[in-house]
Design a protein around this ligand. Structure first.
Ligand code: GUN
Length: 286
């Protein structure tokens, strides 16, 4: 039976470290990390996420600024707001919550953010940095997966890692992060032939497909580490991941639950990215 990786506990640890380092940054250099969170429209899930991000930022001792804009906001005026935040000395991190309303091109907005303030790690400059192994912000959810593995004492080097899902937010950046840590990486997707056979090769199996309980027990190699990035709400209101938990746990060595696994790590890593943006601000090369 698998050991359950407690994402709530690990996220609390990271957040406590960020809080302590924030205090030190304030005392030694007089810098308070500032995070601006921008939400356009009324998407209910986004409203909840944004609320959690603002609360976590305040708890870490950050300056937290929120911009809740109407759904009719134009791309031009959103870009003007972002440009203003780029120029603001008290803001070190800018997060524009996705998805944006259909009339706004998210790529154009993301490219407006100063890459040094792009604490989501979505700007092409930061993605390029990940690709080539140069410094820069890394996307929070895949970074959280790496942190869970590291803090659980799970080695990555030399392992067979299989990721189910190829999104820009999770699957693709996580593949590069695992590759940079010397794993052998395979990305599976909807057109993959014999997904189960590929998944069964994995020492580290990551489910990030956005489909409820699609990873079944017979796709998990005995002793594999199973990381579930999915959050899906079933018809009965219950939250489940992309992994059929009980079946997978019967074969895995470690497994993350949903909720309480990867989810809480995303915000913890957002705080860490913002702290790092604030401490690098004004330093040579930053
Ligand atoms: N929507 C879903 N996940 C994320 C995220 O990590 N960052 C932003 N900005 N929007 C999201």
């Amino acid at each position: 039976m698998a050991e359950v990786i407690d994402g709530n506990r690990i996220a609390r640890e990271v957040r406590a470290e960020v809080r302590a380092q924030t205090l030190e940054l304030k005392e030694k250099r007089g810098i308070t990390p500032g995070l601006a969170v921008v939400l356009v429209g009324e998407d209910p899930a986004s409203k909840i996420y944004v609320g959690h991000k603002e609360k976590a930022a305040a708890e870490a001792g950050f300056l937290s600024r929120e911009y809740r804009l109407p759904a009719e906001t134009t791309e031009g005026s959103l870009r003007e707001i972002v440009a203003g935040l780029n120029a603001s000395p008290e803001i070190h991190g800018i997060l524009v919550q996705l998805p944006l309303p259909k009339h706004i091109n998210p790529d154009v907005v993301i490219e407006t953010i100063d890459p040094r303030k792009d604490v989501d790690g979505f700007h092409p400059v930061n993605i390029g940095g990940l690709f080539t192994g140069r410094p820069g912000h890394r996307a929070c959810t895949p970074l959280g997966v790496i942190e869970l593995l590291d803090r659980s004492g799970i080695a990555i080097e030399g392992k067979e890692a299989v990721i189910v899902g190829r999104s820009n937010i999770v699957g693709k950046p996580l593949a590069l992060m695992l590759l940079n840590r010397h794993a052998t990486v395979t990305i599976c997707h909807t057109r993959t032939r014999d997904l189960a056979a590929v998944a069964r090769r994995a020492d580290i199996l990551v489910a990030a497909a956005g489909r409820a309980e699609m990873v079944r027990g017979d796709m998990v190699k005995e002793g594999a580490v199973v990381i579930d990035v999915g959050i899906n709400r079933k018809a009965d209101g219950k939250l489940v991941g992309d992994v059929a938990f009980a079946e997978a746990a019967a074969r895995a060595s470690y497994i993350t639950p949903v909720p309480g696994g990867v989810g809480p790590m995303t915000i913890a890593m957002l705080l860490r990215n913002t702290l790092s943006a604030a401490s690098l601000w004004g330093e040579a090369g930053a």
